[in-house]
Every structure is written in structure tokens, then in C-alpha cells.
Design a binder for this molecule. Structure first.
Ligand code: NDP
Ligand code: 8X3
Length: 250
């Protein structure tokens, strides 16, 4: 069987980086994307013993850079079988009346428009081949709005709407589309959200948060089902978390 090729956005940290490691274990060829070249280099070096790796450095907010980066893929990496739209973050946690419009721009531009720009570059080759699998990393925040989550939650609700839209429109081509929606995962997510404020250190204290490896294993499970099985939407919480606001802490 032909070796599959996966493109993972946000592969320099957290869920994306763990997914790259998990896929490499299963000999999936990798196109790893992110803005931090030093990290891309380190991950490439670590995974190259298991699989072929190509890195792309671009900001998903930048449409032109996204187009150029994906167009630059060498032929042996250019037919993407699996797209993991993972790049994204929350920026700030503020009530709507004092929210920072720069944060709003970042979340909508990265989590929503960036996902669309990347998908727009990958989907045409999937439809031409009539095969492919797209997984969008949503969030429990895409299913439930929590206090001060306003725009981040909106961006993740949009990811779920886009996922459904993709699944409908790509159905005639036999392309699988689904979302994996985690609750609290201990990554650099809160460092980014709180911009270096020490409050970030308390987010995952007092309970066992999900680890990025937990999500990576689930993503591998999703992509390794037989062709007729499409996991369309998957919500995963740490056991201590009941919903976006109820977390049992020690
Ligand atoms: P991390 O902060 O650890 O990783 C975020 C990744 O996204 C990094 O690799 C970063 O790479 C990349 N990224 C961010 N902005 C851009 C950009 N403008 N252009 C290109 N890449 C970008 O967070 P997580 O691993 O937790 O987050 C991954 C996904 O999971 C996100 O979509 C997040 O919303 C979602 N999620 C996270 C949860 C959690 O609790 N942690 C729960 C539910 C969903 P670089 O900086 O190098 O560009
Ligand atoms: C990340 C989970 O609850 O911090 O999407 O928004 S939460």
C-alpha cells in the first residue's frame, strides 16, 4: 500500500507536535507547518529516523504566504492524503465589553480564515484524486460558550460549521471530513492565551488535564479506521471536566 502523506498545521507545539510524533510511529510521511523554524528543524530531525519529513514555515493568517508555501512542496510531498487543521489559539479571556480587537482579529484570522486558506490549497488535489481525509481541530468551546470565551468560542463554533460544510460539499468525492474537539489539554495554549501572565500556570493545576499525546492517539485512531468509517465529530474531556465550566479540582 502507498505510504500516506499528512500535512499538520501547528506542528511546532502541543497537539500538532504530538500528532506528528504519533503519525511518524506509523510511517506516515509528514509535512509539518508552523512559524517557528527552530522548532520545525528540531522535530524534523527527531522524526526523520522513522519517516520522511518536510517542513513549511508560514503564518496561516497570511494568504499569500500560505499559497506560496504549499505550492513550494516538492513533488514527493505534494499529494496530501490527510490534512490536520490544527493551528490555532485563544488570545485573551475578557468580557465582550472590554475585549481587545487585536485578539479578536487574531482568533478569527488564525482559527477560522487560516484553516480555510490552508484547506483551499489542499482540497483541489483531493477532489481531483477523489480521496482524502480532513480533520479539523475544534474544541469543547465550539459546542458551548463559556464566560469571557465569546470570540474564541465563536471561532471554534465556526470551525464546526466549516467541518459540516466540508463534509457535505466533499461527500460526492468520497473525502472524509471530521472534527476532533478537546476540552482542557495541557499545551502552550494558556501561555499564548494569557500572554505570559503567570495565571497561565494555574489553568491545569489541581486535576489531571488531557495531555497532547492523548489527543494525538485519538487523531491516529480516527485516521486509521477502515474507509467506510468516518468519525465525524468527537468530543473529549479529561475525566475531571464535565463541561466548559465544571472541573473537579483537588
Ligand atoms: P499550542 O499553543 O501548544 O500550539 C498551537 C500551534 O498553532 C503551534 O504549533 C503554533 O505554531 C500554531 N500557530 C498558532 N498561530 C499560528 C499562525 N498564525 N500561523 C501558523 N501556525 C500558528 O496549542 P494547542 O496544541 O493546545 O492548540 C492546537 C489546537 O487545539 C488549536 O486549534 C486549539 O484551539 C485547539 N484546542 C486546544 C485545547 C487546549 O486546551 N489546549 C482544547 C481544545 C482545542 P507557531 O507558533 O510555531 O506558528
Ligand atoms: C480549549 C479549551 O476550555 O480552554 O479550546 O476553551 S478551553
Amino acid at each position: 500500500m502507498k505510504t500516506k502523506i499528512a500535512l499538520i498545521t501547528g506542528a511546532t507545539s502541543g497537539i500538532g507536535r504530538s500528532t506528528a510524533h504519533e503519525f511518524a510511529k506509523h510511517n506516515i510521511k509528514l509535512v509539518l507547518c508552523g512559524r517557528r523554524q527552530d522548532r520545525l528543524d528540531i522535530i524534523k530531525k527527531a522524526l526523520e529516523k522513522d519517516t520522511d519529513v518536510h517542513t513549511l514555515n508560514f503564518d496561516v493568517r497570511d494568504k499569500k504566504a500560505t499559497i506560496e508555501a504549499i505550492n513550494s512542496l516538492p513533488e514527493e510531498f505534494s499529494e496530501i492524503d490527510i490534512l490536520i487543521n490544527n493551528a490555532g489559539n485563544a488570545h485573551g479571556l475578557d468580557p465582550i465589553e472590554t475585549g481587545d480587537t487585536e485578539d479578536w482579529d487574531a482568533m478569527m484570522d488564525i482559527n477560522v480564515k487560516g484553516l480555510l486558506y490552508v484547506s483551499n490549497m489542499i482540497i483541489p488535489k483531493m477532489t481531483a484524486r477523489k480521496s482524502g481525509h480532513i480533520i479539523n481541530i475544534g474544541s469543547s468551546a465550539g459546542k458551548e460558550v463559556y464566560p469571557k470565551g465569546n470570540v474564541y468560542c465563536a471561532s471554534k463554533h465556526a470551525v464546526l460549521a466549516i467541518t459540516e460544510g466540508m463534509r457535505i460539499d466533499l461527500n460526492p468525492y468520497g473525502i472524509k471530513v471530521g472534527a476532533v474537539n478537546p476540552g482542557l489539554v495541557e499545551t502552550e495554549f494558556s501561555k499564548v492565551r494569557f500572554k505570559g501572565d503567570p495565571i497561565a500556570n494555574s489553568v491545569y493545576k489541581g486535576f489531571q488535564a488531557l495531555q497532547p499525546q492523548d489527543i494525538a492517539e485519538i487523531i491516529y485512531f480516527v485516521i486509521s479506521r477502515p474507509y467506510h468509517v468516518n468519525i465525524a465529530d468527537l468530543l473529549v474531556f479529561p475525566t475531571a471536566q464535565a463541561n466548559s465550566t465544571i472541573v473537579k479540582k483537588d
